[in-house]
Design a protein around this ligand. Structure first.
Ligand code: FMN
Ligand code: SF4
Ligand code: SF4
Length: 288
């Protein structure tokens, strides 16, 4: 019997957090169970391990980066989240879940291009930690850095989210053994997506860092508080001193619009997305 629902997210710009809490709240409403919001987005949120048991339901959400689970957060997921169930090092949809595993609904949000392999990869990681991912969804959202997908969530996205929540609640209420859901027919996890520019050639902006316009920055420090990598020093918020995953949190939180990325490869990729991915992408759900 489920006694707690945990909405657990990595969500630098908030789209995944909003989708996960909507989903968890609807399941919680159906089951009459409270929902706890949790995040591992910021360094201070990654100080303690979480351990879940078979009375917990975890709604686990991440954004899609380059068609996969963001590579920097994979080790954090593996270190921070544990289950009292037995871990399955293989993971995978072909295996039958058992009641003693911790039930999980896995979701990803993607910025109107494609979720590629990210949801399947997230399922494999979670099942390796002892969760049974018995329901899952990939939800289209506004892109974090390109002006596409602004129409999401559409009515269709909303209907998909509600169907996923209702089917998950039905499965939990039925008391029948939960099974690992097959995502995309259980196909192999593909390579990271290679970003291209407007000329169709690959671009590499791994070394790009947000810059700060000194005329606009009032040193309020909000960007430093919002960086998942802890790479913006509070004392010098106009600099980036560590790893940057290009998540856009610092740019979007800045009240004076002082932060920006001007890397030519990044800008060309952004322009390509805005040219080629204007159609509204469909969200996908995988029901128990
Ligand atoms: C570095 C980076 C890479 C991304 N890669 C993809 C991608 O491969 N496909 C896609 O559709 N959206 C991609 N996006 C868009 C995000 O997946 C999307 O905006 C997501 O909803 C952001 O989640 P958040 O608001 O919870 O941070 C990318 C965004 C960033 C910042
Ligand atoms: S949020 Fe903007 S204004 Fe505030 S310190 Fe950062 S760059 Fe400066
Ligand atoms: S510096 Fe990079 S990692 Fe940190 S918030 Fe800004 S875009 Fe994200």
């Amino acid at each position: 019997m489920i006694r707690n629902i945990h909405s657990v997210v990595f969500s630098p710009t908030g789209r995944t957090r909003r989708a996960a809490i909507k989903l968890a709240s609807r399941i919680g409403g159906r089951l009459g169970v409270p929902v706890r919001q949790d995040a591992f987005t910021l360094p201070g949120e990654r100080e303690n391990r979480r351990v879940y048991g078979s009375n917990d339901l975890v709604v686990f959400g991440i954004p899609v980066y380059a068609g996969r689970v963001p590579n920097k957060i994979v080790p954090w997921i593996k270190e921070l989240f544990q289950t009292e169930g037995e871990a399955d090092p293989e993971g995978g949809a072909e295996r039958e879940g058992v009641r003693s595993k911790v039930p999980a609904v896995a979701i990803v949000t993607f910025g109107n291009r494609s979720e590629d392999s990210a949801l399947r990869e997230l399922q494999q990681i979670l099942e390796g930690l002892g969760f049974c991912v018995f329901a899952a969804g990939a939800f289209a959202a506004p892109h974090a850095f390109a002006e596409i997908g602004l129409e999401h969530p559409t009515l269709s996205d909303k209907n998909h989210l509600e169907s996923l929540a209702d089917s998950a609640a039905d499965a939990l209420e039925s008391g029948a053994p939960l099974k690992s859901v097959a995502i995309d027919g259980g196909r192999e996890i593909g390579p990271y997506y290679t970003p291209c520019g407007t000329d169709g050639r690959p671009v590499n902006f791994l070394k790009a860092r947000p810059k700060t316009d000194p005329a606009l920055c009032d040193l309020c420090g909000l960007c430093a508080c919002s960086c998942p990598m802890g790479s913006i020093p509070q004392a010098h918020p106009d600099t980036v001193t560590g790893i940057c995953i290009k998540c856009q949190a610092c740019i979007q939180v800045c009240p004076t619009h002082a932060k920006y990325l001007d890397d030519p490869g990044f800008l060309s990729h952004k322009a390509m997305l805005e040219r080629d991915y204007r159609r509204p992408a469909e969200s996908k759900i995988y029901l128990p």
